[in-house]
Design a binder for this molecule. Sequence first.
Ligand code: PSU
Ligand code: MN
Length: 333
Amino acid sequence: MVLAITSPFLHACSKYVFRTSLRNFRTLVDVHPRVQRSLKQGKAVVALESTIITHGMPYPQNIETAQLVEQLVSDNGALGATIAIIDGRIKVGLTTEEMEKIAKKNRNEIMKISRRDLPYLVAIKGSGGTTVAATMIIAHMLGIDIFATGGVGGVHRDGHVTLDISADLVELGRTPVTVVSSGIKSILDIPRTLEYLETQGVCVATYGVKDCAFPDFYTRNSGCKVPYNLNGPMEAADLIKSLKELNLKSGILIGVPVPEQFAANKEMIEAAIEQATCEAKLQGIYGKQVTPYLLAAIAKITQGKSLDANIALIKNNATVAAQISRELSRSSK
Ligand code: PSU
Ligand code: MN
């Protein structure tokens, strides 16, 4: 009897708390009118992160790529909404000026924002690029189901000792957003990262790959296999729909290999990664600076070849995410 009385009460309470927190969240967010319109009409929207702009690529390639990526999303029937934090406001869909503002900053002068950094940045009214983890949180709050990026964070190569394990992985375990990427960056320990994703309950699948060979960012095959492969936007949309129907709180990671003609040479990349990792150790780089440092060092060592592959794969992932998003909104109507 007690239960019968308390449970509707608790239910009402949790609804109240949920609504209140969402209302609080909304007061912190500026959703660009074009994004607002698409969301309201149930049209396809793809979230895009901004750490790739602030810390992943040098200027001007960062802004050129970010703009091209938004264009590609719209060419494929969806709307790209780049997410960032500017002067303490959560921005969903950036103006050209806003994108320029974050793209031109030296990477040491702007924040890289993961889940743990969000409250601080909002409190001090700071600016920064949102990582996969932070972008997933914001996308989910706004009801955006799909998000495209280059490569997610993972377990670092010495992560079993340092415990340097990206917060992206935990986020994928607790936020129901689908991340379309070229897998886990080659600089990381891919087998351990896949184990960790399994522990977190993340559904990991390749996309358009015959033998479920999981990509490793700059090249097409990491040598690791995942359990599933998705053939095209319809299969991906069905998977996302069943995640929603099951009301699982965890996310999905879709691995799309870099297009063949843009894949980097595996030996060259591996040698560059080893050299860059050594340099990082000698210079005492640690924590959230490791990934941006390594990406920049590898681009330098490979004379831009790694950057070319990075640009090509993010463009391709945005195209795939847009096609999935369009299919999802079409079949949900
Ligand atoms: N994809 C890229 N370049 C990047 C990133 C992704 O092509 O720089 C960023 C993402 O924002 C991701 C972050 O969340 O790198 C991972 O950082 P860390 O390993 O410190 O968690
Ligand atoms: Mn880290």
